[in-house]
Design a protein around this ligand. Structure first.
Ligand SMILES: [Zn+2]
Length: 1038
């Protein structure tokens, strides 16, 4: 899954002046079809080769009479049970916001993972698990019984999109590995009307003789706290036999953005349309149908779904047969899936969607790859289709494993909580993550579409073919996908220089989370719903990706991917853990020493929280290094007396690359201990460690080493590569932030940027400036704030002078992709810091757009919109709001830009109006609620205070609409807390957390920690910055 809902999460330049941890982020011609060589073909794994069970899938042949009878009885059941469903939902919502953790369960996959070579003095705390089933419930674990194995699901669903409900039946064939009289299965918010267990393999509609039924001791029991249904049988199920669990149920279709849910949109001519779609990861398959909802419980799925004549239905597999179901309805039966996890299942019913298709020549033959979207948006699907087709071929070549399904569909969903979801063979996307139109969308939009498409397709191997055994190793899915997305796009569009972006940005994003006490190891025990949902964060995704990148760099691409091919082959259609990956990779190391190093490296980096900083000094030719954990420390008044601090006790196995002015080819050392020395061949003038930024660690240079680097950068910065220049800036900023060096050194270093013309180093500088701006915004209009603005503008004024605003389309076309990003960054900074020339230009463009509907340059229109709203009149805001809500011709990326701009007007009335609209979910979709909070909090003091007031007063309402563990609530909390800069705000946040029982939730703890660090920074480090500004910028200059 791509958990970043918006492209600002991956936009290298979009909102750096709005966000503290702003993250990064042709044509539509037909794809050149490539073939693969025969030797690659031999490594292909087919479902049969990999042990897919050969089940006897008998065809279901129902008479129409029988279906009508079934429909009548379902209708009766519906009317009786609908009240029950509502009650269950109400109960579940009530319980869901209690936010208590669940009863623990010994996790086999965790106990089998490798222990670190160092002693962890600060083990991950297990929260108290207060959410548990009533003591009379016969199963008290969080995990399902491991001895029941689902093999095959036959699912029948009859949704009514108008009434917002559906009836369903599921037949689950199971076997057991130990005799038992207890079955426990997941079911959430479903009203079960019938539940029987039969011996033997049966499917829906079979006439099963009475003697096949396994009698139950009592009616099934429900535990809503842990989404369980328990079936206590009179007889014991025996090993070596198959059994079928038959369940009939009724579910609701709402706009909940998870489970089986509704999405609504209007066509460009104003016709209302409704579709039904699914989002199951992590724990919502159980909301759609009763199932064994754990990733290791893989099975084959046969999906049967009823639809209106005029609609279409899609699922993971192609349609096997469509038959009449009476009353203008059709029954669609899909081909049986390969063995897969429940969270990857998907089924969608769409009204007037269209699709475009490429026949892509893959290893297993010609495979249709299609993109679906609402009919009037299909032209914007061409770019995603091109990326999908090319990247599939690239992945097959790299992994040497075939894409195993007979088709691949990608589909745009108007209401979608995350960015995208990798359902096997049917990938769902938010519209902004898949639709791109060169006439209306920017290159940032384009990068985002390419990245998200590539991310989800990487999952077809990492996650879908080989799945983590349990959620604790989610990084095996997401870390890989987050690395491979860049790797894949870089192969298709090398001119975008995206790997450099990866090395700068992904590391920075991951460390922003990982530098806090409330971080977590990549591989971490999880035993509750909230703990599982919380894992979808920058540690799992981006730190995981950085670890992959570091391994590739140390081992070499060929060795690494040879190990990956083994890993994917060995665990295809099955599950794997950390250790399995390690074992596969070390088989392809070059030497025994390298093998030992890789083993120890993977062990230490996946189970240690945080990351190291290497303190480095140079004595002649001798390099002296010591390692310690990098952590932003808080003063004692903020910390718990019993706080565990393992800063000095953590130990990492570090592959260290370096280069000097005498030797530009990077060399390697491997650091195993706390201290390490090695000797260079020559006396260097300067030296760079973690050369090429491949390692996930920081370098704290001695003052002498740093001075020599600064001297070189000021004399001739081109002697050092752009990537390493951005690395020096990043490292020095981190050293200053942790108090390892003074801010005067950082600010002095940054002055070299007045000559810098490469995007990478300037982007690193912009991230540093955004950190300053976030905190200094509290002192608006003070001299120091003005001086910081002056300093910031100076760093990019040469870029602004060189490129300026685009005047005609032709000027844009002569620029390279990185140059467009550079120009954009300069314009954005100049306007954000009120450079008069810049804001005047923006306002001229804005006025032309308002008055004459003049088309704006796509890459700069968001700057024009936000500047126009920020400096314009209330009427301008109203005009834009009308455009946002009424203009049906706007595509999703354009609406996104308008919504962000609307958040730049920060009078109380407007802010309140926007927040209300975000919760109503009519004019602003619920999926965009956190975008509103995000942009308001960074638009200024009023926006952040109002957003905080709003969240406090509407907390119950917010958490009844969005799950507490949802991305939306997580992002709201993080965005608001990060703007806190004084003690009273901290106290208010702590009180709020206590009142709502949120003190055990990691993302809240982390957000609070960051807020506390803001206060500490202002007290401790801000004076250093002010002193430097006073020394170097005269009052007369501002
Ligand atoms: Zn993902």
């Amino acid at each position: 899954m791509n958990w970043s809902a918006n492209q600002e999460a991956c936009d290298s330049d979009n909102e750096m002046f709005q966000m503290s941890s702003s993250r990064m982020r042709d044509d539509g011609s037909h794809v050149r079809l490539l073939s693969v060589s025969e030797d690659e073909e031999q490594a292909s794994v087919s479902p049969q080769d990999a042990g897919l069970p050969h089940l006897n899938f008998r065809q279901s042949q129902h008479s129409s009479t029988k279906f009508k009878e079934e429909k009548k009885s379902r209708a009766a059941a519906l009317s009786i049970l609908v009240v029950g469903v509502i009650l269950i939902i109400i109960i579940n919502i009530g319980l869901g916001i209690k936010l208590k953790n669940m009863h623990g369960y010994p996790d086999k996959s965790v106990s089998s993972s490798v222990q670190p070579s160092s002693t962890l003095k600060c083990p991950v705390k297990k929260e108290s698990n207060s959410l548990r089933c009533n003591s009379s419930f016969p199963w008290q674990m969080y995990r399902l019984p491991s001895y029941i194995h689902p093999e095959f699901y036959s699912i029948f669903l009859h949704p009514n999109l108008t009434l917002g409900n559906y009836s369903g039946e599921v037949d689950i064939v199971v076997s057991v590995s130990q005799a038992t009289d207890l079955i426990v299965i997941h079911s959430k918010e479903l009203n079960i009307s019938a539940l029987k267990v039969y011996s033997g393999w049966h499917k829906r509609g079979d006439k099963i003789p009475a003697e096949y039924e396994v009698p139950q001791q009592r009616e099934y029991q429900v535990c809503t706290e842990l989404d369980f249904v328990a079936i206590q049988l009179s007889d014991r199920l025996q090993t070596q036999k198959q059994y079928t669990i038959h369940i009939e149920f009724i579910g609701s279709l709402t706009m909940s953005l998870n489970g089986f849910y509704l999405s609504k949109y209007k066509t460009k001519t104003g016709v209302n349309k409704t579709l039904a779609t699914t989002q199951f990861e992590a724990l919502s398959a159980r909301k759609a149908f009763p199932c064994f909802d754990e990733p290791a419980m893989k099975a084959n799925f046969s999906v049967n779904i009823v639809r209106d004549n005029t609609n279409s239905a899609l699922s993971n597999m192609p349609v096997e047969i469509t038959s009449d179901f009476g009353d203008d309805l059709k029954l669609v039966k899909f081909q049986t899936s390969v063995a897969m996890s429940t969270y990857l299942l998907a089924f969608i019913i769409v009204p007037d969607f269209d699709n475009i298709t490429n026949e892509v020549q893959l290893r297993r033959g010609s495979t249709p790859v299609s993109v679906y979207s609402p009919k009037d948006k299909i032209k914007s699907a061409q770019f995603a289709l091109e990326v999908a087709s090319k990247v599939l071929i690239q992945y097959e070549k790299t992994f040497k494993i075939s894409y195993p399904l007979p088709k691949l569909d990608l589909i745009a969903i108007p209401d979608f909580a995350a960015g995208a979801m990798e359902n096997w063979g049917l990938v769902t996307y938010r519209e902004t993550a898949i639709l791109w139109d060169e006439k209306t969308s920017s290159i940032s939009d384009k990068e985002w579409v390419a990245i998200v498409v590539a991310h989800e397709l990487a999952h077809q191997w990492f996650g879908n073919l080989v799945t983590m055994e349990w959620w604790n190793d989610l990084w095996l899915n997401e870390g890989f996908a987050s690395y491979v997305e860049f790797f894949g796009v870089n192969h298709i569009y090398p001119e975008w220089n995206l790997m450099e972006t990866f090395h700068s940005l992904t590391t920075a994003d991951a460390m922003t989370v990982d530098e806090n006490e409330n971080t977590h190891p990549i591989s971490v025990p999880v035993n509750s719903a909230i703990q599982i949902e919380e894992l979808f964060d920058d540690i799992t995704y981006k730190k995981g990706a950085c670890l992959i990148s570091m391994m590739i760099s140390y081992l070499g691409e060929d060795n690494f991917y040879a190990g990956i091919t083994d890993y994917l082959s060995k665990f295809a259609y099955s599950n794997a853990n950390n250790k399995d990956l390690t074992n596969a990779v070390v088989q392809h190391t070059s030497t025994a020493n390298q093998r030992k190093n890789v083993l120890r490296m993977l062990e230490s980096w996946t189970v240690e929280p945080g990351f190291p900083v290497l303190n480095v000094s140079l004595d002649g030719k001798t390099v002296i290094i010591s390692q310690m954990r990098y952590m932003l420390e808080l003063p004692a008044s903020y910390t718990n007396a019993n706080k565990c601090n393992n800063k000095s006790e953590s130990l990492w196995q570090i592959p260290l690359s370096y280069m000097t002015d005498k030797s530009k080819d990077s060399a390697w050392e491997f650091i195993e201990n706390r201290t390490y020395t090695f000797t260079l061949q020559d006396y260097p003038k300067w030296m760079i460690l973690n050369a090429n930024r491949r390692g996930y660690y920081l370098i704290n240079y001695s003052i002498k080493m740093l001075e020599s680097l600064i001297l070189q950068l000021k004399t001739d910065h081109t002697a050092i590569s752009a990537l390493d220049r951005s690395g020096i800036l990043f490292n020095v900023a981190k050293s200053a932030k942790a108090g390892l060096i003074g801010y005067d050194r950082l600010l002095d270093l940054m002055t070299y940027l007045e000559k810098e013309e490469e995007y990478g180093p300037l982007y690193s500088a912009l991230l540093i400036l955004s950190d300053f701006k976030k905190i200094l915004k509290m002192q608006f209009h003070t001299n120091h704030h003005k001086k910081m603005k002056h300093f910031s503008k100076n760093l990019l004024s040469h870029i602004y002078s060189k490129y300026g605003w685009p005047t005609v389309a032709s000027t844009q076309s002569t620029l390279t992709h990185p140059e467009i990003k550079l120009r954009r960054s300069a314009i954005k900074l100049m306007c954000a810091y009120d450079n008069e020339n810049c804001t005047n230009q923006a306002l001229i463009h804005f006025r032309k757009w308002m008055d004459n509907n003049t088309q704006l340059e796509v890459d700069y229109k968001d700057i024009v919109y936000s500047t126009g709203i920020r400096l314009g009149l209330p009427e301008d805001w109203k005009y834009m709001w009308n455009k946002y809500t009424k203009d049906l011709t706007l595509d999703a990326s354009e609406k996104n830009k308008l919504l962000k701009a609307l958040c730049h007007r920060t009078d109380e009335k407007t802010v309140e109006f926007l927040l209300d609209e975000a919760i109503k979910g009519e004019n602003i979709r619920h999926q965009d609620a956190d975008t509103v909070v995000h942009y308001l909090t960074y638009s200024g003091r009023v926006g952040s205070m109002m957003a905080w007031k709003f969240v406090r007063s509407k907390w119950e309402e917010i958490t009844s609409i969005f799950l507490i563990s949802s991305f939306t609530v997580q992002r709201m909390a993080e965005n608001i807390f990060q703007t806190f800069t004084d003690e009273s705000e901290i106290a208010g946040a702590e009180k709020f957390m206590e009142m709502h029982n949120l003190t055990g939730i990691r993302y809240f703890k982390r957000a609070l920690e960051k807020a506390k660090f803001n206060v500490h920074w202002i007290e401790t480090y801000q004076p250093q910055v002010f002193e430097w500004l006073d020394k170097n910028i005269a009052d007369s200059e501002i």
